[in-house]
Design a protein around this ligand. Structure first.
Ligand code: LMR
Length: 328
């Protein structure tokens, strides 16, 4: 008689262990932009590929538009294990490494293809592990596009047109120096606060890609967008190194493969999305798009050039040379 309850207990334990083991690993992916953007779409592609490769083993939850963690919070959350993957702009890593500041140097890259070539170089690949000592592992680079400058003023042709104006910038010391070099007044601010700050006049202008200017509706609250292409917004996909190394080997391999697939997919969309969104802004007819002559652009480049010297010691001359070599 006694043996039946014991057998039942053993069976119960075995069942519980079985059910426990089958729980999928939750992979939270958080970012600050809209879904209809290169990063938004690449994140959804990662979910699709990861769940296809690892059915029942992982569940990917994507949180766009700062809906889970915004700028300034997402890094801490990653290190605390409250989120597994984030995709910050390369301008937001100052607290973790100075090396990535190379991506913020004004007029360094002629286009996103040059950024891509540099990221595939030996030096570019090595940067993915430049924060391992801080517990951060880079899983890849995702593209957005070249930055344009916008303001609530009717003219944005030459550096003199931004003198004394307040500009929103990302959490970047290089970008702060860039606007100071123009005689403007930089304000570091989270992405999710930019639209309202432009609308209420807390800031007069900002710099961003066509994709972000369109998807965040910045063009509705700015008078002029100058086609400067003076810098890039590009991303590093990062994870918590301890969490990543602690994953079962097959899951880690499957997630890396899914990430590589999502990277290729998203990077293939980046130019197309930015061109599409520039057209949409033009068609909306709300903000004037100011194209600049070669001499106008040379004036912006000259005004921003002192920033290179200021940050060369932190970034390293070799890394800047390696990046420059990626231009054609
Ligand atoms: C910004 O803060 O302007 C961008 O980095 C946002 C993004 O992730 O594209």
């Amino acid at each position: 008689m006694k043996s039946i309850p014991f057998a039942a207990a053993v069976l119960g334990l075995a069942l519980a262990a079985g059910v426990q083991a089958q729980q999928p690993i939750i992979v939270k992916v958080s970012h600050v932009v809209a879904e209809n953007t290169p990063k938004g779409q690449a994140s959804l592609k990662f979910k699709e590929l990861a769940e296809k490769r690892l059915p029942g083993k992982v569940q990917v939850q994507v949180f766009p538009n700062s809906s889970l963690f915004g700028d300034g919070k997402e890094m801490e959350a990653l290190l605390l294990g409250d989120v597994q993957i984030i995709v910050p702009s390369l301008s937001k890593f100052d607290r973790y490494t100075k090396k990535l500041q190379v991506f913020d140097l004004p007029f360094l890259f002629q286009d996103i293809a040059a950024v891509d070539r540099f990221q595939h170089s030996r030096e570019g690949r090595a940067l993915l592990d430049s924060m391992k000592s801080k517990g951060i592992k880079g899983l890849g680079y995702w593209h957005n596009g070249m930055k344009e400058l916008s303001s609530d003023k009717p003219e944005l042709k030459l550096p003199a047109d931004v003198k004394g104006l307040k500009f929103r910038i990302q959490q970047s010391d290089v970008l702060e120096a860039q606007f100071r070099a123009l005689g403007a007044n930089p304000q570091k601010m989270a992405f999710s606060e930019v639209y309202q700050a432009l609308q209420t006049g807390v800031v007069d202008g900002q710099e961003n890609t066509w994709s972000n200017i369109y998807s965040q509706k910045f063009f509705e609250v700015q008078k002029t967008i100058a086609v400067t292409n003076h810098g890039v917004i590009d991303y590093m996909v990062i994870t918590n190194a301890k969490w990543w190394d602690g994953l079962p080997a097959d899951v880690r391999k499957g997630l890396q493969e899914a990430m590589d697939g999502a990277t290729a997919y998203g990077n293939g969309l980046a130019n197309e999305f930015n061109e599409r969104d520039r057209k949409r802004i033009e068609e909306a007819g709300k903000a004037k798009i100011q194209t600049l002559s070669k001499s106008d652009l040379a004036a912006w480049q000259k005004a921003m050039a002192p920033v290179w010297k200021k940050f060369e010691p932190d970034i390293g001359k070799d890394l800047i040379q390696a990046a420059l070599k990626a231009n054609k």
